[in-house]
Each structure stands twice: as structure tokens, then as C-alpha cells.
Design a protein around this ligand. Structure first.
Ligand SMILES: [Mn+2]
Length: 447
């Protein structure tokens, strides 16, 4: 473990005060020893296989249509977060920022100026890391302002530290009446903004507008999700062959990590859950430390991330390869609901209607078979159905594993063409629950 990279990255990424980047080695000779930036490779064109700048310009144009003429948009990406010592968490761009720019480096701001009083044509101005030799030496090539104009469709671009002074000049003299922004994503950018802008116009969250745009996926987004799904399915297929009594949950997780990296996916879209035995009852279990026993079920919730788009797949498998009669009964109820809900899902269908249908079908089956006691009206009225069915039936998937929902229309959410949803019906039957037949204690399934 080196300490110098940390010092460099701390200096470069954190010592930013509004309008001014304090370069490392202050007080050193102007010409510090070390390679020149021209000695490092240019950064490759971004995603040349499946993205182009037009994809993201279309998203920005959709956003521009949704805001008033006297508005400007400031979108930033999340900060780099310290994990421990000299180690940062793996950087992943904020979803809102990536959605509008396709840009994946930290320390970046996009300003979208809508045509109107101030300018004749809408434009994108970006603030990004400069191609500084010492930054590149430790952290690798960056696009720099020139690359952002060349590859990402920015009309102009500046070094990141200039954001404060430029946003101050854009907003001077009341040129814009409102600012749409996600300043909460990055405290440095928020501080630079508020220090630079003397008479701050109203700052409105841009997230609700972008969230609504994100509901309907473009063809290129769907193909990224499909790739993440295909890789995830391959990982599940391999896991089904490998799982056997005595294996540890983390060994299954390792298999998933191996398959996704082997197929060009960067990381899981969320912490992989491999829960066997009683661990199955924790909805977001991710310790993955248990040893799997003969007769246990193992619930795996996993999704690869590809091009920042998520898959989200859950299966509940028998560790020894064969479901017990009780496990098979619960699994088949959940599977029936899963398949029926998939058949029903179509543009125009009510999201709540699907949920109620799935929930009621599962309660009906559990009561018919005498697996739970009581009557349906009481179970619904008292809310105790949440003991058995704690979560929803489906949720959107996209840049986030739980992507934004569509806005409500007269109290309901309506499925639309080119939405992408994960359906994951589930039944949980806890040990010790007096309303559950003892033969079914700890028999749970999510698909
Ligand atoms: Mn999910």
C-alpha cells in the first residue's frame, strides 16, 4: 500500500475552494520533476461500442423541454468517499449526472443553459478535471475539457475549479430566475455554488423531472439492461450446478463475482445476497458467511451492472437439489404468481392492481392449503399479511437497481411501454409464528 497516491488524490480532489484549485507541491519549483502529461496515453473514446453523445443530448433536450425559459440546470456527480486509511470507496457516478452526460469521472459539473433571455441556443457547459501530468501519473488519463467537448457533446468546457466563478457570471444580474440542481450530491460543488452566487435565485431539485424521464427506457438503455440480465442468468445457471451441502454462502457469491467480471460487467448492481437456512428471513441479508446444509433453501438475490445499468434477479433454490414437499408447495405458489403477473403486465395496466392481485392470490393459496390460519378479510384489514408478504410485487430497474417509479395518475401508477420492471413475489413463513403450520416454519421463497 502506497501513501503517496492518497496524498496526491487528497490534494487534487479535496483542496478545492470556490473558484480556485490549489495545486499540489505548492512552493515547489514551477517545473517539478516527473513525466509530462503528453507522455501519457489519450483516454479512449467513451463506450464507443454502445453509446454516442447523441443518446445523452436527447436526454438533455427532454429535460430542457420540462423547465421554464428563465431556468438553468446545474447537475453534479457524487464525491469520492473515504473508506479507511488511504483507501477510497470505488467511485461510481451519480445516476442523474450519468443519465444526462454519459460522463463517468469524479469532480465534474454539467451546466445546461436553456435558450431564452441570456442566450439564443441552449448549451451544455462542463467543468472537469484537467489533463494534469501529476494527476494522470497517479490516477490515470482523464478526458479533460478538450475531451469533453470532443466526445461528450459539451459546447464548452473548463477546468473543474472554475465552476464557481463561471456560475457566478452566468447568474449575475438576474439572468435566470430559477436554478434546477442536484447540489446535495456533492458538498464541494454546493459550497462553490453558494459562495459564488450572491443573490441566489430559487434552487429547485432537478431530480423529480429527471426521475420521470428515467421511467421510459430508450433502446440503448434496454440493451444495457439486457446484457446485465444475460450475464446474471449465466451466473445463476452456474451457481445452480455448483451449490451443494457443506458449501459456504460466500463461495456462491465468489462464483457470481467471477462470472460478472469475466463478462465485462464492472460490479454487482447491489450487494449480493446468498442466504441459506434461517438467514433467508432477512430481506437484505448480505453477510454471506453461513454454511449451507442438506435440506436448507438458499435464496440468492443478485444482479450484474453493465454500463451502469442494473439487473435484479432472485431465485430460491434447494441446497441438496430437491425441494421438500413443503418447500415445493411454497415455491410453486410464488412461481404461479410470478408467471401470472408477468402475463398480465402490459402498457395501461395498473401497478397497484398488479400488486393487489399478486398479494391476494398468495393469501388465497396459503389459506386454501391450510398453511396459515385465519380469514382473508381480517388478515388484510389488520395488515398481518405483511408478516408473510413484507415487500411489493415489482419495481422499476435501470441505472439504479430500484429505479424511479412513474408519477401517480389519479392515485395510481400506470405501466407504460418501455418501462423495465423486476417482478419478485415472495412468501416468508417465520419459525414460531403461531398462525403458520409448524411444518412450514422457515419455508420461504422469493422469485
Ligand atoms: Mn429487487
Amino acid at each position: 500500500m502506497y501513501t503517496t497516491p492518497r496524498n496526491i488524490s487528497v490534494l487534487i480532489t479535496r483542496l478545492i475552494v470556490p473558484g480556485l484549485l490549489i495545486l499540489p507541491f505548492i512552493g515547489c519549483e514551477e517545473k517539478a520533476t516527473g513525466p509530462d502529461e503528453s507522455e501519457f496515453p489519450e483516454k479512449l473514446a467513451p463506450y464507443e461500442t454502445f453509446y454516442d453523445a447523441t443518446t445523452f443530448k436527447n436526454k438533455r433536450d427532454d429535460l430542457i423541454d420540462q423547465i421554464p425559459d428563465d431556468a438553468i440546470v446545474v447537475v453534479t456527480t457524487n464525491d469520492i468517499y473515504l473508506r479507511n486509511g488511504d483507501v477510497d470507496y470505488d467511485f461510481r457516478p451519480a445516476s442523474t449526472f450519468f443519465y444526462l452526460t454519459g460522463f463517468e469521472e469524479p469532480n465534474a459539473v454539467a451546466v445546461i443553459r436553456k435558450k431564452g433571455l441570456a442566450i439564443d441556443e441552449s448549451e451544455l457547459v462542463m467543468f472537469v478535471e484537467e489533463r494534469d501530468a501529476r494527476y494522470i501519473q497517479w490516477l490515470g488519463p482523464v478526458y479533460g475539457p478538450e475531451g469533453v467537448v470532443g466526445y461528450f457533446g459539451a459546447d464548452s468546457a473548463y477546468e473543474y475549479g472554475q465552476f464557481g466563478s463561471l456560475i457566478g457570471s452566468y447568474l449575475a444580474g438576474g439572468a435566470y430566475q430559477s436554478v434546477y440542481a442536484n447540489l446535495e450530491a456533492n458538498q464541494d460543488v454546493a459550497d462553490a455554488f453558494y459562495s459564488a452566487v450572491a443573490d441566489t435565485p430559487e434552487v429547485v431539485s432537478v431530480d423529480p423531472i429527471v426521475d420521470e424521464l428515467r421511467v421510459i427506457k430508450s433502446a440503448i438503455e434496454i440493451s444495457s439492461i439486457q446484457k446485465a440480465v444475460d450475464v446474471s442468468v449465466q451466473a445463476f445457471t452456474e451457481a445452480m450446478e455448483a451449490i451443494e451441502p457443506g458449501m459456504y454462502e460466500y463461495e456462491v457469491e465468489a462464483l457470481f463475482d467471477y462470472i460478472l467480471r469475466l463478462n465485462g460487467c464492472s460490479r454487482p448492481a447491489f450487494p449480493t445476497m446468498v442466504a441459506s437456512g434461517a438467514n433467508i428471513n432477512t430481506l437484505h441479508y448480505d453477510a454471506n458467511q453461513g454454511q449451507m446444509s442438506d435440506g436448507d433453501l438458499v435464496l440468492i438475490d443478485f444482479g450484474a451492472e453493465y454500463g451502469y445499468y442494473a439487473a435484479d434477479i432472485t431465485r430460491t433454490l434447494p441446497v441438496n437439489g430437491t425441494y421438500s414437499p413443503e418447500q415445493a408447495t411454497i415455491y410453486e405458489i410464488v412461481l404461479e404468481v410470478h408467471q401470472t403477473a408477468l402475463d398480465m403486465a402490459a402498457p395501461g395496466v395498473s401497478y397497484y392492481g398488479l400488486y393487489v392481485f399478486g398479494r391476494d392470490m398468495m393469501l388465497d393459496r396459503l389459506l386454501e392449503k391450510g398453511i396459515i390460519s385465519g380469514n382473508k378479510a381480517d388478515i388484510l384489514a389488520s395488515g398481518t399479511f405483511r408478516q408473510y408478504i413484507p415487500a411489493g410485487l415489482a419495481h422499476p430497474v435501470g441505472l439504479d437497481p430500484h429505479d424511479p417509479f412513474p408519477p401517480e395518475e389519479s392515485g395510481d401508477k400506470i405501466l407504460k411501454e418501455n418501462m423495465v420492471l423486476a417482478f419478485e413475489p415472495h412468501i416468508y413463513l417465520y419459525a414460531g409464528d403461531p398462525t403458520v403450520d409448524e411444518d412450514y416454519w422457515n419455508v420461504s421463497a422469493r422469485i
